[in-house]
Ligand binder design. Structure first.
Ligand code: SAH
Ligand code: SF4
Ligand code: F3S
Length: 473
């Protein structure tokens, strides 16, 4: 009988893309996707450990999965991803009913390890310390992929991170930065376009440093023509020029490495969307230095102004941490000021969470009282919501291009899509519209977290191969 799998994903887009690859590998091995957990024989938990609550959540979830596993003969549980990489044997020790534990560097082994575990009497644990340097297994996109959506695709341009942000666990669980060869990225985007994908998102922890390692390696190998200049702008232009690609997005750039070549590539490549995710983290220079972010608030704001000058109407989102060890009231006031001055369209805001093994986790003497962090968090949210609302209201009356994502979760007669500025739009379609189509929508109302609109016209009917009709009321 055909075995069925289900993948639950936690964390960021890297993990979501890894999950697509895990699904692709399992399907290449003969499994099919399950409709629900009841229906599944294999459950994969692809984990994240960026903040502390992720840890507790995983062990809680694993506890609940014991009865699921016992309910049917032959069921298997796989734990993969960043938390597995960090906790290694601990997952297997805490949850003996897990079948396979694998880390971030050996996703390509998922199906093999699953097979090996059938004969094994204890969990099969395989965590590698570093990435296997082979183009085909290193980059999630280079393996069989079962993409979640057929009109949109993530494309990995780099894995790992060479930065040393004091709070961050990512370099420890994802390893050093390795760039994917330029031509292989552009080729993948061409392949995706040929399959009807029209929007791509380039993924990396620090996309602006893309290619630095490749250039240094070429120089070391004696290639004197290898240029030591940022390559990301070139990549945006080349990916953006691929026929059939209407939208290019990327995440995340790092303020310390972002420069004019990225802004001009954005401005001069029509398919690159007018949206920038630009992580601030803190508005205090003292805290930014403690975090080792490599920029000051002034430099952040100056670059932001340059980006907005280059790309009119640019929407900007950010990440901010409150309660970093040693953050004083004054430091926090600076964050409020910079957040207000930056007028973000959106922000992911976090309370500092100590991650074992990171520099900031050692600063226990200067930890901020959790109550103080919660208050600061709430005050910051007020500033963010204010600018989000104002930014969204500024779109009222404009007619914008919307990529249709599907029926709204709350009300299936309403369709949800995204503008080039990465804003969610809800509107009622006059007729059935396929996901992946581009439509013109007049924005009628801006709320803090979404826009409402009125269907105006069809711009481009979806061409992707999988037909998923969207119901209308
Ligand atoms: N490479 C990306 C960030 C990836 S992690 C970048 O540099 O922009 C996503 C966000 O999680 C970070 O930007 C940061 O705001 C937040 N984060 C990371 N570690 C954290 C921690 N220990 N506590 C709270 N927030 C954290
Ligand atoms: Fe973490 Fe900093 Fe690297 Fe982003 S740039 S992944 S925050 S270490
Ligand atoms: Fe989480 Fe790993 Fe991403 S820790 S945020 S899934 S890189």
């Amino acid at each position: 009988m055909t075995r069925r799998y289900i993948v639950r994903t936690y964390g960021c887009q890297m993990n979501e893309h890894d999950s697509e690859r895990i699904a692709g590998l399992l399907e290449a091995d003969g499994l099919v996707r399950a409709e629900s957990e009841d229906d599944a024989d294999v459950m994969v938990l692809n984990t994240c450990c960026i903040r502390e609550n992720a840890d507790n959540k995983l062990y809680g979830n694993l506890g609940h999965l014991k009865p699921w596993k016992d309910e049917r003969e032959g069921r298997q549980i796989v734990v993969s991803g960043c938390l597995a990489q960090k906790d290694r044997d601990l997952v297997a020790r805490k949850a003996r009913h897990v079948d396979v534990v694998l880390g971030t560097h050996n996703v390509h082994r998922t199906a093999d390890l699953l097979t090996a575990s059938i004969e094994a009497s204890a969990p099969v644990v395989e965590i590698l310390d570093e990435a296997v340097v082979d183009d085909h297994v290193l980059f999630p996109s280079a393996l069989p992929v079962r993409r979640e959506t057929s009109y949109r695709g993530w494309v990995t341009i780099q894995i790992g991170c060479d930065n040393t942000c004091a709070y961050c666990i990512v370099p420890a669980v994802r390893g050093p930065e390795i760039s994917r060869p330029y031509a292989s990225i552009v080729d993948e985007v061409r392949d995706l376009a040929a399959q009807g994908v029209t929007e791509v998102t380039l993924l990396g922890q620090n996309v602006n440093s893309y290619g630095r390692d490749l250039q240094l390696a070429a120089r070391r190998a004696g290639d004197t023509t290898a240029r030591l200049r940022p390559l990301f702008g070139d990549l945006l232009r080349d990916v953006g020029a691929v026929e059939g690609i209407r939208r290019v997005r990327f995440t995340s750039p790092h303020p310390k490495d972002m420069g004019p070549e990225t802004f001009s590539a954005m401005a001069e490549t029509p398919s690159v969307c007018e949206h920038l995710h630009y992580p601030l983290q803190s508005g205090s220079d003292r805290v930014l230095a403690l975090m080792h972010r490599g920029y000051t608030a002034d430099r952040y704001l100056t670059r932001l102004a340059q980006a907005r000058d280059a790309v009119p109407g640019l929407a900007v989102s950010t990440d901010i941490i409150v309660g970093f060890p040693g953050e004083t009231d004054d430091d926090f006031e600076r964050t409020l000021e910079v957040a207000a001055a930056a007028e973000f369209d959106d922000a992911f805001t976090f309370i500092f969470s100590p991650r074992p093994g990171t520099e900031a986790a050692e600063l226990t003497d200067s930890f901020v009282d959790p109550e103080v962090s919660r208050e600061r968090f709430a005050r910051l949210r007020v500033i963010i919501e204010r600018s989000s609302l104002a930014k969204n209201q500024a779109h009222e009356g404009a007619t914008e291009e919307v990529l249709v994502e599907g029926p709204s979760k709350k009300n299936p007669s309403v369709i949800t899509g995204r503008t080039r500025h990465n804003k969610l739009v809800h509107f009622t379609p006059p007729r059935s519209i396929r996901t992946g189509s581009y439509v013109a929508v007049e924005i009628t109302r801006g709320a803090p977290h979404y826009l409402e609109g009125r269907f105006v016209d069809m711009i481009a009917e979806s061409t992707h191969r999988l037909r998923i009709p969207v119901a209308v009321a």
